[in-house]
Ligand binder design. Structure first.
Ligand SMILES: Cc1cc2nc3c(=O)[nH]c(=O)nc-3n(C[C@H](O)[C@H](O)[C@H](O)COP(=O)(O)OP(=O)(O)OC[C@H]3O[C@@H](n4cnc5c(N)ncnc54)[C@H](O)[C@@H]3O)c2cc1C
Length: 412
């Protein structure tokens, strides 16, 4: 079987890329190891930057988001008994974020791409590897119904998450990885209770970090920092609510509505980047290429910015008939920059520029808010930095402009 763009993985990266290409008449086939129900039911991120919201509208999958999503004009940071609000529009020339669950985004993209427009997704089909990625006909080797098959493509997009096979198809000596594992996790609860406040609260507390987040006016998502080897089985719902309230300022804690869990899970925190993000005709996007701790709400949004750059590059190739890097034997690594070099050549460096800024912000924001050790000096330094940042216009602007999302680079 042959297609123009073969995509591994039907998470937000893969679905969004397929949908944007579909609208321009470019054929794709997605190979996804899980069932449709499993992918649709996954509960993950919930804060969307303006760039991603615009991309979903461009994909004609943003209608429900615009109807049901919650526009947030700020966040609150709790520390040392204080609650400080960071006003986004004031510090970013009017920018805001949207609270709308990844589960809903996945649902909307599936409906638009598959149900309404007939996009092809092979569910329960596991990619095994990518062959011939440095030729004109890269191939996705996959297993479906107990049989091994291959999909021959013009290009392959590896959108198969951190544990996927696209990145692992590249020899170790051609890829450089950067990684940090944080010495704690996040214990999260999802519950059908109204949120404690209409905007998120990020809390720095001597017992550890806490986050009050939400999915809607009636569904809340809360997290507390936990030991890295902690287990969900160790936590009752009551124990969770009690620990959360201990870490919030008294006014906020009094307003917490408790309820039974819809879901409870523990998320480890990592920073990870693989460079480059392009190997011949194989392009990595989203979690396949990078992971951030969820503190800055950047994981999903980075997946979207990769897809912004990759979709533009592929559209330019097909629509403008720009020559491909493989045809011209010129790659960014070779250092020969041709005026006609297409956007595919620049994908890796352009995407990585934004990735590294988000990696930096997520690492910094995590370091500022979490308890790393019992050293009283560490804690006093955090409080002092938070005091400085929230008393300075420059400090508030730095937090706001990173949180709402740095702009996407525009192409001529
Ligand atoms: C528990 C959790 C909580 C999170 N919370 C937040 C948050 O609060 N804020 C935030 O911004 N981000 C959060 N993230 C990160 C965010 O969800 C991811 O950045 C986002 O899902 C990335 O999308 P993706 O499409 O690149 O990868 P994924 O969503 O991981 O999708 C990859 C897809 O590839 C499929 N796949 C894997 N291997 C194969 C294979 N061999 N063959 C075929 N298919 C394959 C997988 O089944 C999956 O469907 C969270 C992540 C997790 C795991």
């Amino acid at each position: 079987m042959r297609t123009q763009v073969g995509i591994i993985g039907s998470g937000p990266s893969g679905l969004l890329l397929a949908r944007l290409l579909q609208l321009q008449g470019i054929d794709t086939v997605i190979v996804e190891s899980r069932s449709r129900e499993y992918v649709a039911g996954r509960i993950r991120a919930g804060v969307i930057e303006q760039g991603m919201a615009d991309l979903l509208r461009e994909a004609r999958a943003g209608e429900r988001m615009d109807r049901e999503g919650l526009i947030h004009e700020g966040i609150n940071i709790a520390f040392d008994g204080r609650l400080e609000r960071i006003d986004f529009p004031k510090h970013t020339n009017g920018k805001v974020v949207m609270v709308y669950g990844q589960t809903e985004i996945t649902h909307d993209l599936m409906k638009a791409h598959i149900d309404e427009a007939g996009g092809i997704v092979y569910y329960e089909a596991s990619a095994v590897r990518v062959d011939d990625y440095d030729t004109k006909s890269p191939r996705i080797i996959y297993e479906r119904n107990g049989q091994q098959k291959e999909l021959v493509c013009d290009f392959v997009a590896g959108c198969d998450g951190f544990h996927g096979v696209a990145r692992r198809s590249i020899p170790n000596n051609k890829i450089t990885t950067f990684e940090r594992t944080y010495p704690f996790g996040w214990l999260g609860i999802l519950s059908d209770v109204p949120p404690v406040k209409d905007e998120l609260i990020y809390a720095n507390h001597e017992r550890g970090f806490a986050l009050c987040s939400m999915r809607s006016h009636t569904r809340s998502r809360y997290y507390v920092q936990c030991e890295i080897d902690d287990k969900v089985e160790n936590w009752t719902d009551d124990a969770f609510w009690e620990e959360l309230c201990r870490r919030l300022p008294p006014d906020a804690a009094e307003n917490v509505t408790t309820g039974p869990r819809l879901e409870m899970s523990i998320t480890p925190l990592h920073s990870f980047v693989a460079e480059p993000m392009r190997f011949g005709r194989l392009f990595l996007a989203g979690d396949a290429a990078h992971i951030v701790p969820p503190t800055g709400a950047k994981g999903l949004n980075l997946a979207a910015s990769d897809i912004y750059y990759l979709s533009r590059a592929l559209l330019a190739y097909y629509k403008d008939k720009r020559s491909s890097p493989v045809d011209k034997r010129s790659t960014p690594q070779s250092g020969s920059v041709d005026k006609r070099t297409d956007l595919l050549d620049r994908y890796s460096e352009t995407a990585l520029r934004r990735v590294w800024k988000a990696i930096r912000f997520s690492w910094w924001y995590t370091s500022l808010l979490h308890k790393f050790d019992d050293d009283p000096l560490s804690r006093r330094l955090q409080i002092s930095e938070l005091d400085y940042l929230t008393s300075s216009d420059a400090g508030r602007t730095m937090i706001a402009e990173n949180y709402v999302g740095l702009p996407y680079e525009k192409f001529e």
